[in-house]
Design a protein around this ligand. Structure first.
Ligand code: SF4
Length: 303
């Protein structure tokens, strides 16, 4: 099967969330911070395209502003704060950019590499070749807070990137792993031993095997539940489902049948609703039972 670091991390934290996201492909509204992070990555990618010549800052800001979407944000004030923060990050990135003798050999590098009987896939923001033969992976971060060096030394995503780089460039023995925090202009660098890389490979393969043979994807509550996009579908979080419900009982059969039947009905009704909303040029319909709203990605939500 195909596994990415993100899928591995999601399954490790909560198998049910993994199922919602990677098996059922349940769509969720786009989050402002994801839109923002992706756009900043796009600007950086544009900047690195002609390394070592970097475009003027005015071109980068113009490009950034041309891709801006205010509708993603809950209100104008928040949108403006993000917009300004992005301008500052890009400006800092531009000021600090010193190619020196290093060479950018890849940016936004997509990889799909064999890992035992699975495929490890992902995207690396940037790979540099250093003058003395070492390789450096750079992962750009737009978050506000900085991690500790200990967190960076234990970051599993960086270990996954090291596996990818050593497979794509087999001559890469000395691989540096750097997180570049754009807001602070700070670089945090680490590396992994061969043993740590083998441990990470083992963990990825073991998790992929588990997913492949899993019969149940149970919810696993964790510190990130509050930010989970699937809380409304989660038996651990839904108000009307008891915490103590034993999902091994026959009740689960009834629940699943009901769920599938509702799901199919929604799939049948949705095109007619879309047509009606399009014809009437509306994104909201209120009734005594509740309100249906349609977001910018044309998903319906019931309140
Ligand atoms: S709310 Fe928590 S337990 Fe429920 S699916 Fe999300 S991560 Fe899993």
């Amino acid at each position: 099967m195909r596994i990415s670091y993100s899928a591995f991390d999601t399954y490790t934290k909560c198998p049910l969330k993994y199922k919602f996201q990677y098996i059922d492909y349940i769509k969720v509204p786009e989050k402002p911070e994801f839109f923002f992070g992706s756009l900043i990555h796009l600007v950086v990618q544009m900047a690195l395209r002609r390394d070592p010549i970097i475009p003027p800052i005015s071109d980068l800001i113009k490009f950034y502003e041309s891709k801006w979407r205010e509708d993603i944000f809950p209100d104008k004030l928040t949108a403006d704060q993000y917009l300004d923060s992005g301008r500052q990050m890009i400006t800092k990135f531009h000021e600090d950019y010193k190619p020196g003798l290093r060479k950018v050999i890849a940016s936004e590098k997509r990889f799909q590499i064999p890992l035992e009987n699975h495929i490890l896939s992902g995207v690396i923001d940037r790979v540099d070749k250093l003058p003395f033969g070492a390789y450096e992976i750079v992962d750009y971060k737009t978050s506000k807070s900085l991690p500790s060096q200990e967190d960076v030394d234990n970051d599993k995503q960086l270990a996954t990137y090291a596996i990818a780089v050593q497979t794509l460039w087999p001559e890469a023995r000395d691989v540096r792993l750097t997180l570049h925090y754009l807001k602070h202009g700070q670089l945090l660098t680490t590396s992994r031993t061969s043993e740590q890389i083998e441990q990470m490979k083992f963990a990825l393969v073991e998790t992929a095997n588990k997913i492949q043979t899993a019969k149940n994807f149970r919810p696993r509550e964790n510190q990130f539940c509050d930010w989970c996009d699937y809380k409304h579908l989660c038996p651990k979080k839904m108000n009307n489902v008891s915490e103590s419900m034993n999902i091994e009982t026959k009740e689960i059969d009834i629940l699943v049948k009901d769920y599938i039947s509702c799901y199919k009905k929604i799939a049948d009704i949705t095109p007619q609703l879309q047509t009606h909303f399009d014809q009437e040029k509306i994104d909201k319909f209120e009734t005594k039972l509740g309100t249906i709203t349609r977001d910018h990605q044309r998903n319906f939500w019931v309140e």
